[in-house]
Design a binder for this molecule. Sequence first.
Ligand code: GLV
Length: 369
Amino acid sequence: MTTSFRVFATCDIGDAINILRDRGYQVEIYPGPEAPPKSLIVEKVKSGIDGLITTLRDPIDGEVFAAGRGTLKVVAQIAVGFDNIHRGEANKYKVPFTHTADVLTEATAEFAFFLLGALARKLWSAEHLTRENHWGYWHPYLPFLGDEVTGKTIAVIGTGRIGLAMIKKCTGFDMNILCYDPAYENRDYIKAIQEEKDLRYQRGISRERTWIEYTTFVDALKRADFVSVHVPLLREGESLTPTYHLFNETTLRQMKPTAMMVNTSRGPVVDEAALARALRENWIAGAALDVYEQEPLPANSPLRDPAIADRCRLLPHFASAARITRLSEDPEKGMAGRCVQGLRDVLEQNYGGDITQMPYVVNKEAFVK
Ligand code: GLV
């Protein structure tokens, strides 16, 4: 089957795009590495394209959907998160949008775990010491020590796909795990993890018996040595359990002064001004961030304060940035492949054209008959 669909991609997604071209699609790719101006997206949509490939940098709101009235058939986002796409407006204009869940779950969770390790063991400061030739001696505790993660207690905030994968990584390091999810508790998974933990202990793989449990948000914050955030960004009005500024002055003050947090979810889940203060005033001991309220991180962000540099790791929204995860053309392995498949499912009317059956469509509710 060849088609003559027209698609605009707001960035290059690698060779997976050739799957579309080989099928006769006319694909135009915005050439810059930066996001295109919104006005250009609107102009392309207005020109009558059938499909729009987007990244998390593109605001896809009512203006975009209105511009595509009667012509735009699908928005295919290359990301699991879709807070940049206005779900209500997509539903109003009956445009399905797809995302690339699952294929980046393990990559994101392992990255969160690596950030946790880098933060706890002070890898950044230790490498600076070596590179700047300040490594003058081996000493039992000078110039500084880090903290082990093994045997410690971590709070996993958000037990969706990535939170559950993080729990798996933490189980391998014999951590105790406090789970909190504002919307849904996966008690079967937690039970299976406890069984795994018990087996590790019984068979002498782990020295101590470790545990996992669901608890409240405040209890998790109060008891955890480490906190890792895995919730979607939901603003007021978008959910009964919004996550915008879930971490703020009040909640950061509930953490232990020795605790450290990792955020690989979405920046606005954390009030950055409050976090910078928490680090400066030692309410908590450290933070590692991959996501920010504004991306790229502005030059004047309080998180860049040199006074907290040893306690604050800053990464460039990099958690899914692994070669296969990002670019594999196989929809079971790569975000690019899954993005293309999601777009094709809608335009080529796979699943008998029933959008509610299409696995990568997010807003199925708008298409229930
Ligand atoms: C990355 O942040 C994603 O949502 O895929």
